[in-house]
Write a protein that binds this ligand. Sequence first.
Ligand SMILES: Cc1cc2c(cc1C)N(C[C@H](O)[C@H](O)[C@H](O)COP(=O)(O)O)c1[nH]c(=O)[nH]c(=O)c1N2
Length: 222
Amino acid sequence: MVRDDSFSADERAAIYRCIAARRDVRRNFLPDPVPDAVLARVLAAGHAAPSVGFLQPWNFIVVRSDETKAALHAAFSRANAEAAEMFEGERAQLYRTLKLEGLREAPLLLCITCERDRAGPVVLGRTHQSEMDIYSTVCAVQNIWLAARAENLGVGWVSILDLADLSRILAIPDPIVPVALLCMGYVDQFAATPDLERAGWRQRLPLEELVFLERFGEKVGT
Ligand SMILES: Cc1cc2c(cc1C)N(C[C@H](O)[C@H](O)[C@H](O)COP(=O)(O)O)c1[nH]c(=O)[nH]c(=O)c1N2
């Protein structure tokens, strides 16, 4: 049955293509600025995300200044040096070759935060699973990532930073938690596969190994 709110086959194909073609991008950003109207659409996609108790716990901090980007990059460099020490042998060597941020090259950075006390301590849906507001914010991040891809904007998530550094640099007050720092900008092409896959860090897992029937560990069709 085709209803007015049904997706057409073309629309469906576009959505799946966007999901498959989304990449984590942290290199080859073009200097072209992200127009305000495009950013507004991408942020509206974030704001349309589902949220526990309809809390909408997010804030979006837009960073364009070289000064703030440099401070964030310095925080990344400190954390990344510590991170490199946590791997051993060949892994540590390979880690040091990876490009894991595009904080200075990207024309725009976006920090997505979670205001955990936005509606007081008792929130519908968060009563028994306290992280649900954080997860809601991650839903907003993913909406932004996909909308950006549809706008042909590359997005890279940079999590190799101390949260305290992030809060200090972006003046995020205490009850508000930074959830994601994204670098964003136009790129001339999107890779077909994840950078980490091409670098030999990890391969994509076969989906069938991850799907169970009724109980964890019970394979479909066995
Ligand atoms: C929560 C979270 C945090 C990070 C990431 C992702 C997510 C979901 N990723 C990107 C990650 O490496 C990438 O998504 C996978 O390698 C898969 O690649 P595609 O996103 O499919 O291109 C990421 N990449 C990176 O280079 N530096 C980083 O700090 C992070 N941090």
